[in-house]
Structures are given as structure tokens and as C-alpha cells.
Design a binder for this molecule. Structure first.
Ligand code: ZN
Length: 136
């Protein structure tokens, strides 16, 4: 069986890490699939979906490390037409989707794992995340 849904996110800063774990679990709660896999896909090229630990210091370390690797301003060619090259480049490295197992109607992430939407070029309204659940 396949179930499809989407969630929308509003961001409030240029760079923002938004924990979407409970929103994803709510979608899993609302359908009849008990076990399978969920694909969480951001439909935007200046955002990312990642899984990691929601610890305040770590999230600041992540932001700093990302900016060390890909600074905001580095004479990027894309900045000539659209001043957000660093946002796209960060998205290239982080990726736009995650697939996570579902066991007994629960997102089968580890104790210290959360699912994050990473806003890389906010603030934006109506960032769309498409969810596809395959299972039985
Ligand atoms: Zn762009």
C-alpha cells in the first residue's frame, strides 16, 4: 500500500533548523500503514532534510561548521543572477530527502535522533515537504 501526504513549513530566519519529527509521526498516526518506510522529501533547492540529534549546542556547532565549509559570500557565480549560491551549495551537500523505517506505526529512529527540515534561504512561507509511505 502507498500513502501520500505533505506538510508545509514556515521559516522565520535565513538559516533555521526545524524539528519536524512530531509532524511526521502525526502523518504516520493518521493512516492505516503499520510497517514500511517513509520518504521525506523537500521540494526546494535551498533547503535540506536530515536526521541527527536535537541538542542546542550541537545545532550551533552544525551551523558554524556548515558556514566554515561553505561561507555565505565567496564570489559565487550563481550570486550574479540570484544572491543565494551558498544556500544551494549547502543543500547539495546535505541532500533533499531521508527514508526512515516505520515499525508498529512508529518512526523507527534512534533514541537521540530527530528529523530536521533545514531552511537555508529563509524566511519563507509554505515550504512543502512531500511524504510517501510504502508499507502494509
Ligand atoms: Zn538561487
Amino acid at each position: 500500500m502507498i500513502f501520500k501526504d505533505k506538510i508545509t513549513i514556515n521559516s522565520s530566519k535565513r538559516f533555521e533548523i526545524i524539528d519536524i519529527t512530531s509532524k511526521i509521526q502525526s502523518v504516520i498516526d493518521e493512516n492505516t500503514i503499520n510497517r514500511g518506510i517513509i520518504n521525506i522529501f523537500s521540494k526546494h533547492s535551498t533547503s535540506a532534510i536530515i536526521v541527527n540529534e536535537n541538542e542546542k549546542g550541537l545545532l550551533l556547532d552544525f551551523e558554524r561548521s556548515l558556514n566554515d565549509i561553505i561561507p555565505n559570500d565567496n564570489s559565487y557565480k550563481h550570486d550574479i543572477i540570484d544572491n543565494n549560491a551558498d544556500s544551494h551549495l549547502k543543500s547539495f551537500f546535505l541532500g533533499s530527502s531521508e527514508s526512515i523505517p516505520i515499525n508498529d506505526k512508529k518512526l523507527a529512529i534512534g533514541t537521540w535522533q530527530s528529523v530536521f527540515f533545514i531552511e537555508l534561504d529563509g524566511p519563507r512561507n509554505n515550504r512543502t515537504i512531500e511524504l510517501t509511505i510504502i508499507g502494509d
